[in-house]
Design a protein around this ligand. Structure first.
Ligand code: DQA
Length: 158
């Protein structure tokens, strides 16, 4: 098989390891492992690679974002969970590395409680996919790969 066009890092934040059983009326019944498997299949179809991870720890997300450029990552998919609404550290990390990042949410935070309407990370992202349940991840991957493909060769390619 030919080499992947882009290496993409997908990060999911706190409580997303509980998908499948966590408030299924909001988040659906698909597990994070299933989401990662679907992402992998879509990545293969697009000719890219996706390294999909989850952590409950804000500092670990900051570490993974900070390490991404030297690991050859071309772009990020990021569902920061509740850190979306609070984390200046994750916002700063995204600004610091400058990699294209798509914010991902299973639910549509804008249609929920008022405190979910503010995203701290949005200004460091090229776009956002929210409200499509597990499909949000694959839709975000499609968008990110399109955006990376439109970048000049030296800036966008591994
Ligand atoms: C979420 C939305 C956040 O508001 C919430 O804190 C989550 C999940 C989503 O994917 O819909 O943990 O990021």
């Amino acid at each position: 098989m030919s080499a992947a066009r882009f290496a993409i890092l997908c990060i999911s934040g706190p409580n997303l390891q509980l998908l499948g059983s966590r408030e299924p009326e909001i988040y659906g019944k698909v597990t994070l492992a299933e989401i990662h498997a679907r992402l992998d299949a879509r990545a293969k179809a697009l000719g890219v690679s996706v390294d999909a991870r989850q952590t409950n720890h804000e500092g670990t997300i900051v570490d993974w974002i900070g390490d991404a450029p030297k690991a050859g990552v071309a772009g990020l998919l990021l569902n920061p969970g509740a850190y979306t609404h609070t984390s200046l550290a994750i916002y700063d990390a995204l600004r610091s590395v400058g990699l294209p990042c798509v914010e991902v949410h299973l639910s549509n935070p804008d249609a929920r409680e008022a405190f979910r309407r503010r995203s701290r990370v949005a200004r460091a992202c090229i776009g956002r996919v929210a409200g499509f349940g597990a499909d949000s991840y694959e839709l975000a991957l499609d968008g990110l790969v399109k955006a990376l493909s439109a970048l000049p060769r030296q800036a966008g390619r591994a």
